[in-house]
Design a protein around this ligand. Sequence first.
Ligand code: ZN
Length: 470
Amino acid sequence: MENLLVWGFYFLSLYAFIPGLVSRLFGFRVFKKGLADKEIALTFDDGPDPVYTPRLLDLLARHDARATFFVVGAHAERHPELLQRMRDEGHTIGIHNYVHKTNWIMRPKTVKRQIALTADVIKRATGQAPSLYRPPWGIVNLFDFSKKGQYKIVLWSGIFGDWKSHENSKKLKNRLVKKLKPGEVLLLHDCGLTLGADKDAPAQMLEALQIYLEEGTARNYRFVTIPQLIELTEKNKANRPSWWNRALAALWLQYENLFHLVFRLKAVKAGDGGKPVFHYRKVSYSGPPIELREGVRIVKGDKVAEIHLDNSMLRQAALRSSSPVAVMIRLLRQMDHALPAVSKAVLNDPEMSTVKALYGVTMIHSGTDKLGFQLFDLPDNWFAKVSRLYLKLLFRVLSAKPKKKPTRSSSKKERGGPSAMYPRMLFMSRRDMESYRSTAAPASQNAEERNEMPLSVVAGETPVSPTVIS
Ligand SMILES: [Zn+2]
């Protein structure tokens, strides 16, 4: 008897549990989360319900949101008009078995029948054959994997216990808002008739969802169907850099953080979400004499505020832009936005009082003259060579999308690439910074704020090393 139980357990494990685990752990042939910028997929199980589904459809329509409904065949059969409405309003319909039973206790043949019956109901109501399947309770069995190609199994990345009634919908709303993130696949229920669910639970779900949708719309999220999210995910994955590039870039950014910490660079935040755009520190200028506007002269030994572009910002700009030109434009816009803040930070910083100019070495110089910088070529020495090499490498790591492997010559042309680029020196005199400060300067920076915003100033002199806006 005991043996039988053990074997029974093993069988069940193999049949249902382990495949379920495998699919969860590895996302094997199962879609449960997307890769997107601003898209989220809402999915609703167990319906349609004559009371709650129409209310849900109204709510979605008000927010111009598309969703995916995994319907129970027996429910769908009674309400073909709701399925038609889903179709007409741009939603996607998938299968959630004919009756709400777990595949764990069904024979493969029975599961197959459940799916086929429900597919028929959907096709009869809408004229469209479904292509998505979500097994009840997400329990996938070996059979589901054997059905190659016909149905895509869709699980979820967020589940909220919305099938149970709570004192109010606030808790549910809070849980939902935490999952207001791109690529999420949210599982909710528009019917409370399933075993273990509360009949009126969907009413609270609708209340919470309304707030979630309002918040999501305000933050520019788009609510799309599963097929739309899958398509986007595939596109984004194809454009994503290889894993080693991501690892290398992560390392580089880590190294930069360390560099900033060791040499005590201060961050200047501005623009999108208050992320750092520039970092600066005081250094002694060591290059050839430079003549700036209005007779300002920078010579060896003069103190300058060396600025660096934030590399994670550079990385983001590179990943989000389709061409090098677009990267430049994006960065210039960020710099334009942050320059008043950086001028102000440096001018207000007592430790920068001896600084004669802003100074940086960068590949990204075309257009910076419009921002008020003066550009100079690097002297032809080892420092220039090292800078060039460093910046080339940096640019390649941060902006490369090595999945496309173009030929050597075309890659240079296409990217307008690192090899076509060369670093130059940027300067902006203290007087020009002052005029910057007087123009529309964002984010007031009083003495208190200064303590927490930037890190702290450089102590003394540091080696030349990556003296770059990088
Ligand atoms: Zn269900």
